[in-house]
Each structure stands twice: as C-alpha cells, then as structure tokens.
Design a protein around this ligand. Sequence first.
Ligand SMILES: Nc1nc2c(ncn2[C@@H]2O[C@H](COP(=O)(O)OP(=O)(O)O)[C@@H](O)[C@H]2O)c(=O)[nH]1
Ligand SMILES: [Mg+2]
Length: 454
Amino acid sequence: MALEGLSRGIFSALGLLKSKRKLDEAELKDMLRSLRRALQEADFNVRQTKEITERLESRIRDEDLRPGITLQTHAMNILYTELVRILGPAREVRPHQATILMVGLYGNGKTTSTAKLAEWYRKKHGVRVAVIEADVHRPGAYNQLSQLLEDSTVEVYGEPENNNAVDIVRNGLKKHSAADLVIIDTAGRHKLDEELVQELEDIAKVANAEEKFLVIDAQVGQSAGPVAANFHDLAGVTGIVITKLDGTARGGGALSAVAATGAPVMYIGTGERVVDLEKFESDRFISRLLGMGDIRGLIDLAPEDMDEEEAMRITQRMMSGRFTLNDMYAQMEMMSKVGTIDKLLSFLPAGMFGGMGAMGKAQKEAMQGNLDRYQVIMDSMTINEKDEPAKIKAERIRRIARGSGVNEKDVRELIAQWNRSRKMMKGMSGNRKMNKQMKRMMRDSEMELDGFDV
Ligand SMILES: Nc1nc2c(ncn2[C@@H]2O[C@H](COP(=O)(O)OP(=O)(O)O)[C@@H](O)[C@H]2O)c(=O)[nH]1
Ligand SMILES: [Mg+2]
C-alpha cells in the first residue's frame, strides 16, 4: 500500500499549489505538512523525509519561477530530482579479483540473479566469471543454477552431495581463484532464523567478499525495510538487486531497503530469463514508482527549452498546407508525450488525430502503439513517398508492407490517417481565430499536471 499511496499523497500535497505562482506562509506550511505525511506513510525514514521537505521548502523560497510554469510543476520537478538523488547514481562492480555474495529471503530471486549477473559481467566486461552454489538447503539448487547457465561459458561450481555450505564456498573459491569475478549464491528462508544467520556469517567470513548484494522481490513492499536492516547487520549490504519488476509491483520497498542499508540499488530483474537484467536507473524508477509514466518527458516540456519550437514548426507547416507523413508523425509523437497538451487539444476539432479530444492514459498508450507501427512502416518508405503519400498506389503499398513486415491493411491505415489529419489541417488553416489562439497557446502554455491520474 505504502508506495502505491505515495503518488496520491504527493499529488494531493502539491495539489494545494495548483495554478498558483505564489504562496503565502500558511499555504507553504500546509503543503509541506501534507508532503511530510505522504513521505512517511510511504516508508521514507525521518531523515529522508526531513531532507526532502527542507530542500523543497528552500528551493521554493529561493528559486524564481520560469515564465509560464506553475508552482505545482516547479515543486514536482524539485521533488522528482530529490527522490532520484536519494536513490543515488548507478554503480558497477569492477570485475577484477572480485567476489559478490548474494543474500536474501527465499524465493526472492537470488539464484536467478546470480546467473543473470554472471552472464552480465561475462558479456559486458568480457571477463572470466565463476559462480558457486552454496545453497545446501534447497534440493536442486545446483541444477537450477547450472541450467540457467547451460548456454553460457560461466563456470558453475557446486557439490550437490555436500551439506556444508562453508566448505563448498571454500573449495569453490580455491578452484576458481583465477576467475576475475566469483558470485556466490546462498540459501534463503522465509524468515531469517538462527541457523541461517549462523551459516551466512560463516560463509561471509570465508568468502571475505567485498560486495554483498541483497536480492529483493519488488512485491515485498513495506517489509523490505526490516528485512534489509537484518541482512545489513549480518553481512553489511553493499548493493541491492530488485527482482520481478516485470510484474505489476512498482518496487517501492526498494526505497526503504535503500534507507535501511545506505546501499544503492544496482540492478533490476525484469523477467525469468538470464538476459532479463537491467542496470538500475533511478530516474526511470522514480517515474514508475510515482505512476507518472515518463516524467522526464514532462520536465523536458518546460516552455523555454522544448517543444515550443517544434510545435511552432509543425503548426506553421500545417498552416502552410504542406503536410507530410513525417509531419504527421512528429505531431502525433508530440501529442502522445505531452500530458499537458490536453489544453492545446481542446482548441482542435474533435476527431483530429483519429478522434482524440483530451487524451486519457489508455489513449496515449494506444497512440504510442500506433506510432511504433507507423515508424516501422515509414522506415520502408522512400523520402518521396513520405512527402506525398497520396501518390502511393497498390503496388507500392504491397512493397512497403513486405519491407516492413506488416499487413497491407496497416499501410493503408497509415495513409488514411494521414489523409484525415491533412483534411483537418486544411480546414484549420482558413480559421484565423484558431490560428491566433494556437500561437498564443504555444507561447504561454501553462504547464499543469492535468495529465496525471491523481
Ligand atoms: N518474472 C520474474 N521472475 C523472476 C525474476 N527473478 C526471479 N524470478 C522467478 O522467481 C522464482 C524464484 O527465483 P529464485 O532465483 O529461485 O529465488 P531464490 O530462492 O531467492 O534463489 C523463480 O521462479 C524465478 O524464475 C524476475 O526478475 N522476474
Ligand atoms: Mg535459490
């Protein structure tokens, strides 16, 4: 619950700023109090909460608002940056005589992540990697790891018959002393019990690994904090791997794990296959966590840096009556990115761009799907064809469809879409009032967070 509620909490706190460009003292305090509550409910610890709200307060007080931007957007940008900063920059292990010890609770993805990381470093760094299976409690752990790495040249060490994990680690390290990187997989339990604690301590001593990675399932949510703290006391966690981020979970627990250990999130697991590993990027993670889609897109939209120019360029071309497929694509792309363009859209005739007035989230996603397909199709077209789609006849449609691996129907649909948009443009270009309105819109479009579901 906690993290899922975070975005709601933040939005309602910042909602107090809506359409404002100035705040009085009482309003500012009010907003900070709501925000503090939202952060604490989302498992940020006291120190983090204090840090974030203090930074926000002083930046709101000190910084001048950019023209055309509301206080709400400004505050959102600050918060976003602060959250990203708290999660810290990405880090990689230098695979040179290095050892990584994998720890975590049962079923969180330790064994899978061991294989993923081994392949990652072998491929990306071209070094010699070995893994040691030291989970003696789960029958088949050695087979599981070997199978995951069966197509890889990573060496897998294990002694399926031996139930002394410490011995296995000692033997494995000796055998693979020439490896650049050794990764040790350990046993997990549903809870950290006495026996596991002792075993882990012994393994940690023998392995003397400089890196201890805590593996956390994205679904664990709030309990990640205490779990992480336990493992941290035990082994001194140096990095965190969040798994199963391919599911619906947003991985909010990671924040509390980061808070509890002070260790950065380093990798995320996004599937069951060995290749499903990504380097952690805090900005993308925060966007996802806050349920904002690509917030970077929104921030980029600050009036003075962005799309205003692009929007003007497209508008002018629209007005000039020349409107190519590339123009249509650029226009649709802009629309799908910009939550705030809803305002602009409200000036346009309903039915434009395939019938979107104000776009909902689902519509934007559908639009993105169309864009991806259009892009593929357009890649198979010549410049002339893109400039004058009206001249594309049956035979060329067939060629384009073959070239881009889609149905002819899809190509026809793209051309039909272009035709509809073009007609709209034509209709608009005679409308001077709208022309003026649009230009004004582009100039002082006030960026608000209308696009978000709160
Ligand atoms: N979808 C998905 N499944 C994962 C991911 N990581 C691990 N799993 C699955 O989670 C289950 C438990 O993983 P395992 O590595 O055996 O966990 P361990 O007990 O901590 O060693 C297995 O079915 C894995 O395939 C991930 O990033 N995404
Ligand atoms: Mg395992």
